[in-house]
Design a protein around this ligand. Structure first.
Ligand SMILES: *Cc1c(COP(=O)(O)O)cnc(C)c1O
Length: 402
């Protein structure tokens, strides 16, 4: 089917020519993509290594065992389940492993940076579990005293930390103390920050949480997929049966092979360097925007929130569309205390995990801030801005060569 390959080529050009600032995206390496496109996709392997429902699993057993071993080594965890097809499935399985349907989970207010699977009305999560929420304080940060107060009142079965649009370090130790004080489980969803955790640039939740869930395709830079970690002998059994047979069928062994490679890549010194550069670039871009007078959150990780409504008089949705005209991709996002709907929003979420992979430097990050600012403030036209974008992206590595 020729059309599909033509579309893949066009998407490849789009990825090469644009400045990708979507905080949840990244570019997987050639080796990761090779494993994911391999003949392992042909194999059925329902079950777990050495406990499969099908024959012929001797090699995929070794693939999955290697992925598990590398995941545990990378995050210092006793057990791992590498089968979740996505972060959402990983969360579903984590909830099921910890409580029956109807159980109560305390998570961040969704508009303050939570994920759909943290209790949104349009997600399974709010239908199966009773979600209650803690807010961010007015400075956009977690307030652990408020969380403790709410936890004492609500008496949840579990507290959930880990977010989609939170630009600061999360204090997992404090969360764990709150969980101990109210006697509940602690779940961490590190989907966004897994790569920073892997490289020691963000505290590791594994020593504190009962269950840690993640994606493998965001800062961790692996294939699109999910991951679950735990140190508990009892919980790993429940997690495994929640993934298969409860939520999923046959595992994607080709993707699991890609995960093994990504964990191995993340164990190397140059990944540590990469993670450090993401944080440096994010801060550099944010600082220039702030210096130019834009209203933005601060940042301690791979992303920050830009208030486009109060900085440039346009909604996040319009800012997203406007930047797309000049091949800069970012997504609209609620900012703490947002008065607009999630469809409009007052801001953008801007992240540097993807383009740092391609070789974006600190100078580039500062220049990107200038382009965004001048274009959103109507100080430069689209032709000029697009030319600057093109110049920068053509100096970076091509995504198919990474
Ligand atoms: C991205 C994300 C997920 C879900 O990942 P999918 O693979 O898209 O299902 C879960 N939790 C958080 C916090 C995320 O940011």
């Amino acid at each position: 089917m020729k059309e599909i390959f033509e579309l893949i080529d066009k998407e490849c050009d789009r990825q090469n020519e644009g400045i990708e600032l979507i905080a949840s995206e990244n570019y997987a390496s050639k080796m990761v993509r090779k494993a994911c496109g391999s003949i392992l996709t042909n194999k059925y392997a329902e079950g777990y290594p050495n406990r499969r429902y099908y024959g012929g699993c001797k090699y995929v057993d070794l693939v999955e065992e290697l992925a598990i071993k590398k995941a545990c080594e990378l995050f210092g965890s006793k057990y791992a389940n590498v089968q979740p097809h996505s972060g959402s499935q990983a969360n579903a399985a984590a909830y099921r492993a910890l409580m029956p349907a109807g159980g109560k989970i305390l998570s961040l207010v969704l508009n303050d940076g939570g994920h759909l699977t943290h209790g949104s009305p349009v997600s399974f999560s709010s239908h199966l579990y009773d979600f209650v929420h803690y807010p961010l304080s007015s400075d956009g940060k977690l307030d652990y005293e408020v969380i403790l107060e709410i936890a004492k009142k609500e008496k949840p079965n579990a507290i959930l930390a880990g977010y989609s649009a939170y630009p600061y370090i999360i204090d997992f130790k404090k969360f764990k103390e709150i969980c101990d004080e109210v006697g509940c489980y602690f779940i961490v969803d590190m989907a966004h920050i897994a790569g920073l955790v892997a490289s020691g640039k963000h505290p590791n939740p594994v020593p504190y949480a009962d269950i840690v869930t993640s994606t493998t395709h965001k800062t961790l830079r692996g294939p699109r997929g999910g991951l679950i970690l735990t140190n508990s002998d009892e919980l790993i059994k429940k997690i495994n049966s929640a993934i298969f047979p409860y939520y999923q069928g046959g595992p994607l062994e080709h993707i699991i092979a890609g995960k093994a490679i990504c964990f191995d890549e993340a164990l190397k010194d140059d990944f540590k360097e990469y993670a450090g550069k993401i944080i440096e670039n994010t801060k550099a871009c944010r600082d220039v925007l702030a210096k130019l007078g834009a209203l933005t959150s601060d940042t301690e990780n791979h992303l920050f929130l830009l208030n486009t409504l109060d900085s440039y008089g346009i909604t996040g949705k319009d800012a997203q569309n406007k930047l797309e005209e000049i091949d800069i991709t970012a997504n609209k996002n609620m900012i703490p205390g947002d008065k607009l709907s999630p469809k409009e929003t007052s801001g953008l979420r801007i992240g540097f995990a993807a383009i740092t992979t391609r070789g974006c430097t600190k100078q580039d990050a500062e220049k990107i801030a200038l382009i965004i600012h001048e274009y959103l403030a109507n100080k430069i036209d689209a032709v000029t801005a697009k030319k600057q974008v093109k110049e920068m992206t053509s100096s970076w590595q091509k995504i198919e060569e990474l």
